[in-house]
Design a protein around this ligand. Structure first.
Ligand SMILES: CCNc1ncnc2c1ncn2[C@@H]1O[C@H](/C=C/CNC(=O)c2cc(-c3ccc(F)cc3)cc(O)c2O)[C@@H](O)[C@H]1O
Ligand SMILES: [Mg+2]
Length: 215
């Protein structure tokens, strides 16, 4: 097909959503992915859980791993107060380009820093480049086999400190067994599973919230 799925998602946003209205961008993407083409956005059901965790943490600095089309970036950024921001990492330049336009359409570019690059390369530079002390919230939604190594890298770089909340998508489907085992068995994390469904389907999936307790 001539266009990519992310390009078709952007088209749906430009057709159906109002510039500067993040909720209309979220609604347009969910409608398109439920009625036209499935896509791997966190979706409306798990998205509501993401919203509640963002509101509970009221983070100043958020890290998102895996931007894709920017759907969860918009969900998070729309809840942030002035001065707070989400740094989102995306290593596919085509997806990054689409996400930038989705974020711009929602009017939230002042609260978002989209970094084009792989998590493993960018995380070690976070403190230096972005003046980040530690993240208040990390949303993991990139390659599932990278959840654990990147969590360990964040720990090593001192970017996870007492009180930091990790929220991981897809811990059941596709699944992140090694990550789950780590956060659920580590004495340094307090973990909770939010049971839900795979975006736009009836299959089980859920989010795992893990609070770092400090060393
Ligand atoms: C190399 C690791 N570091 C990375 N650094 C920066 N960006 C990365 C990275 N990995 C992947 N990405 C990007 O994150 C996104 C990847 C997300 C991977 N997600 C999934 O595989 C996924 C898959 C499903 C799913 C579930 C059931 C199915 F039948 C089929 C698919 C559902 C989901 O919610 C998912 O999140 C892409 O935009 C990719 O370019
Ligand atoms: Mg996901």
């Amino acid at each position: 097909t001539r266009t990519s799925r992310p390009q078709r998602i952007l088209k749906a946003v430009q057709r159906k959503a109002t510039v500067g209205d993040p909720q209309s961008v979220i609604t347009a993407i969910d409608h398109f992915c439920r009625h036209r083409e499935w896509a791997m956005n966190v979706g409306d059901e798990k998205g509501s859980i993401l919203d509640s965790v963002v509101n509970e943490v009221s983070p100043v600095t958020v890290l998102e791993l895996g931007t894709y089309c920017g759907y969860s970036t918009v969900r998070i950024a729309r809840l942030l107060p002035p001065g707070a921001c989400v740094i989102t990492l995306e290593f596919n330049p085509d997806y990054a380009a689409i996400a930038r336009q989705v974020i711009k359409w929602s009017g939230l570019e002042d609260k978002v820093q989209l970094v084009e690059g792989a998590s493993g390369d960018c995380i070690p530079w976070m403190k230096e480049h972005f003046g980040v002390q530690a993240f208040d919230l990390v949303f993991l939604d990139h390659w599932k086999e990278r959840y654990l190594p990147d969590t360990k890298l964040l720990e090593e770089c001192g970017l996870i400190q007492k009180g930091t909340v990790l929220l991981a998508d897809n811990v059941i489907c596709p699944g992140t067994p090694d990550y789950l085992e780590y956060v659920r068995n580590s004495p340094r994390y307090n973990s909770h599973y939010y049971r839900s469904h795979l975006e736009y389907t009836k299959a089980e999936d859920g989010l795992e919230k893990s609070v770092f307790l400090g060393y």
